[in-house]
Design a protein around this ligand. Structure first.
Ligand SMILES: [Cu+2]
Length: 557
């Protein structure tokens, strides 16, 4: 037995890869046995990324084109994926004021956005009643091994979300055979637009399994409503939350215009991050000012207000968010609301959170390039209304442009105090209005192109640590935009970015440039693996032999 143990031990030592042995031992061995021959490293292996998704799906329904529906002038949306123009028309006129045909094509219910009397007699309705539901995206299902009502922020990335959603008729998914959420059910919660002085009623119909409220952050509203009930949306000071299956109507008549914010205020440390937040824009009062009450998915405003049209050529709503994937996985792990509530509000600790996903208007790169580009032309003035709904600040950088901050938190900056810069810091919950001037003067713009627009903090341009990702988008001049809305880029092939493998961290970073050269995967050294296996087996055998030998010796003595 002793000899067998010794042989196994020597065998194990010989098999240990020589590069792992201490330098002195290696030198001694080389002295006895000579140096081993040079052995070639294993060949590089290209990793298959799978078939990339279609960068820019066809606009089969003609939603991108400029059109007039119900007398509402809807602007052309040049990006690949555009909003449903019937929904735009319905929320401008009011879902109670449009034809059955338009309403059907919009997907909205007749009471989703009701518009009433013209109180100041200036040609537009001033009584506005908006109804919002709460919808879970990418939630768990007891019957499926994947999330349902799916909304991907990037290829294969589907964190669980909750959103305030416009009232829709029909199914939550595209059709019976699909798990994908229909186009109108998406992140972020819609941007809400009203006019200064409007009598606004917003009903939260809680279609979710947890209590929620709406708090109007920065929007002029009374603490108590006409009935003397809490109207601030804050459970600890204002009202009992809206319980599952019930509803509450908030009343407001904002006296000041500006870019504001709305969000749930129940357990806000997590509910806001789950997606229950959106932009709230109060437009300046003007005659015949029919505003686009909801901008579903934020982004391009296709029916801008009169005041915006007076000063600007285009307008974009941009909502930034950074989230911790651990929080957003909770709703996918359990099917019992009690477990979700316990995990989210008692086990999950926001003070241990780190952000993994960085999102602009509900998407991360490369999907941002389908629908969240800022499109422009030379010599234009573009209004950007930006909110940072995330937990950390963003350092928003405009390549090729220096933009001017005109408003902070909805308040105009005095013209003499306005600053023009290429990095704008936006704190949590802060709103910044920017004017992007595209005059090629070397200051405001360096000329036409595809200029990146992103958070300049390194993590902001990653998706779970993989770059390019995150909130990368771009300012694109129309001369650099293809017929289908896809920008003409001059860099690397984007196919890897449109595969799930890229964001699963399986594709070598630069493989696309050089498929079989030094940037490919190093592959596996089979010979080294074999030696390691042998060393492990023989040391196991030596150990077992030693135990047997010692046990026998004790018994005999
Ligand atoms: Cu909530």
């Amino acid at each position: 037995m002793r000899w067998l143990v010794l042989i196994a031990l020597i065998g194990a030592l010989l098999l240990v890869p020589s590069q792992w042995l201490p330098k002195d031992v290696r030198l001694q061995l080389a002295g006895w046995l000579g140096t081993p021959e040079y052995r070639r490293l294993p060949g590089a292996q290209a990793v298959r990324g799978g078939e990339p998704e279609d960068f820019c799906p066809d606009d089969l329904l003609g939603w991108r084109a400029a059109q007039i529906i119900e007398g509402v002038e809807i602007r052309r949306s040049p990006t690949c994926v555009a909003d449903n123009p019937y929904a735009v028309a319905a929320v401008v006129r009011g879902t109670n004021n449009v034809s059955q045909q338009t309403l059907l094509a919009s997907g909205l219910t007749p009471d989703a956005v009701e518009k009433g009397a013209d109180l100041d007699g200036d040609g537009d309705p001033d009584e506005i009643h908006i109804r919002l539901e709460v919808v879970e995206l990418n939630g768990g299902s007891p019957e499926l091994d994947q999330p349902t009502t799916q909304f991907a922020i990037a290829p294969g990335i589907r964190p669980g979300f909750w959103v305030f959603a416009p009232k829709l008729f029909g199914m939550a998914t595209e059709n019976f055979g699909s798990l994908k959420a229909r186009a109108m059910l998406r992140m972020p919660s819609p941007a809400i637009r009203v006019e200064q002085g409007d009598r606004v009623r917003i009903t939260l119909e809680n279609t979710h399994y947890m209590p929620h409220t709406i708090h109007f952050h920065g929007v002029d509203h009374p603490f108590l409503d006409e009935n003397g009930e809490g109207n601030d949306g804050v459970p600890i000071t204002s009202e009992i939350p809206v319980m599952p299956g019930s509803a509450r109507t908030y009343e407001l008549q904002p006296r000041q215009s500006g870019t504001m914010f709305y969000h749930c205020h129940v357990q806000p440390q997590v509910h806001i991050m789950m997606g229950l937040q959106g932009l709230f824009v109060v437009e300046e009062n003007r005659p015949n000012n029919w505003v686009q009450t909801l901008n579903i998915g934020a982004g391009h405003v296709r029916a801008p207000s009169v005041a915006v049209r007076e000063e600007f050529d285009r307008e974009y709503d941009l909502q930034y968010l950074d989230i911790d994937k651990e929080l957003h996985a909770i709703v996918q792990r359990y099917n019992d609301p009690r477990h979700i509530i316990e995990q989210m509000h008692r086990r999950y600790d926001i003070t241990d959170a780190r952000s993994d996903y960085f999102i602009l208007n509900g998407r991360s790169f490369p999907y941002t390039f389908r629908e969240s580009l800022v499109i422009t032309q030379p010599d234009e003035r573009v209004k950007l209304r930006i909110v940072n709904g995330g937990s950390t600040g963003i350092a928003l950088h405009t390549h090729g442009h220096k933009a001017t901050v005109t408003h902070f938190d909805g308040i105009a900056v005095e013209p003499a105090a306005r600053i023009t810069r290429d990095v704008v810091w936006i704190a949590s919950a802060q709103r910044v209005d920017l004017v992007l001037e595209t005059t090629d003067d070397g200051l405001h713009s360096y000329g036409s192109g595809v200029w990146l627009l992103h958070d300049h903090q390194g993590r902001g341009v990653t998706t779970d640590g993989i770059g390019p990702g995150g909130n990368l988008s771009a300012i694109v001049y129309e001369s650099f935009l293809g017929e289908n809305g896809w920008p003409s880029t001059f860099g690397v092939d984007w196919s890897p970015y449109f595969t799930e493998t890229y964001y699963k961290k399986e594709l070598p970073v630069w493989q696309a440039y050089d498929p079989l050269g030094m940037f490919a995967s190093p592959g596996t050294d089979g010979w080294l693996l074999l030696r390691l296996l042998g060393a492990a087996l023989l040391s196991g055998a030596a150990l077992a032999g030693t135990v047997v030998w010692l046990t026998r010796r004790r018994r005999t003595s």
